[in-house]
Design a binder for this molecule. Sequence first.
Ligand code: TYD
Length: 231
Amino acid sequence: MSRRGKFITFEGLDGTGKSTHLRKLAAVLRAAGHKVVETREPGGTATGEKIRRVLLDSATEGLSPLAEMALMFASRAQHIAEVIQPALDDGKIVLCDRFTDSTEAYQGSGRKLGSEAVLKLHRVFCGDLQPDLTILLESDPAMSVGRARRRNRRTSRRQHNSSNKTASKHADENRFEQQTRAFFARVHEGYLAIAEREPQRVAAVDASGTPAQTHRRIVDLLQRKLRLGRN
Ligand code: TYD
C-alpha cells in the first residue's frame, strides 16, 4: 500500500481530551506548512456518521458485542476507502481520533471479544493499514470517564432544550459512557497491553496535567518520532 503521507492516530479512554489535542496539533502542523486532514471514528464519512449515530445513541438497545464490532469495522472500511487512503496517497498528514486500537481496547478487552478477532478483522477490512504513530493519552480512568459523562450530559440537555426538530436530528452519544467501572478498567488494561506489544508505533503521553502541558508533550513527541512540526 502506498504511503506518501503520514497517518497519526489518537487513542485513550473517553474524556482524555483526544479531540482537543488533535485540533491543537493540526494547527501546529498547518502552521509548519503541512497539509492536514482531521477526522474521527466511528464516523469520518457520511455513511460512517450514520453508523456512529447507531453505535453511540443510548436509545440503541440490545446491540450484540459482535454486531457492535462489525459496525465499527464497517465505518472504518468506508473511512479508509473514502478519506484516509486517498489523503495518504496525496502526501497529507491524517490525524484520526480513534482507529483499530479503540476496537481492540473497547470490543476486544471491554466487551471480552479478544484481541485475535480484532486483529484478524483488521487484516480483512482495513488491509492491515497501520498508523505511523499512535498517541495514547493516559489519565486516570475514573477521572476521564467522569469528565466525558458530564460533557455528554450537557450536550444532550442542550439538544433536548433546543427545538424538537434539532433534538430529533441529533442522537445523544452516551451509550458507552453508561458502561461500568469494570468495563473501563478492562479498556484501560487493553490499551496498556497494545502499547507494550507495539512500543515503536504507540507512545503513551501523560494527559493528567494541564492541556498546555499535554500539548507540549505531543508536539515534542512528533518532532522526535516523525520530525514533524518544525517551523
Ligand atoms: P469518541 O467520540 O472518541 O468519544 P470521546 O470523545 O468521549 O472519547 O468515541 C466514541 C465512543 O466509541 C467511545 O466511547 C469509544 C467507542 N469506540 C469503540 O468502542 N470502538 C471503536 O472501535 C471506536 C472507534 C470507538
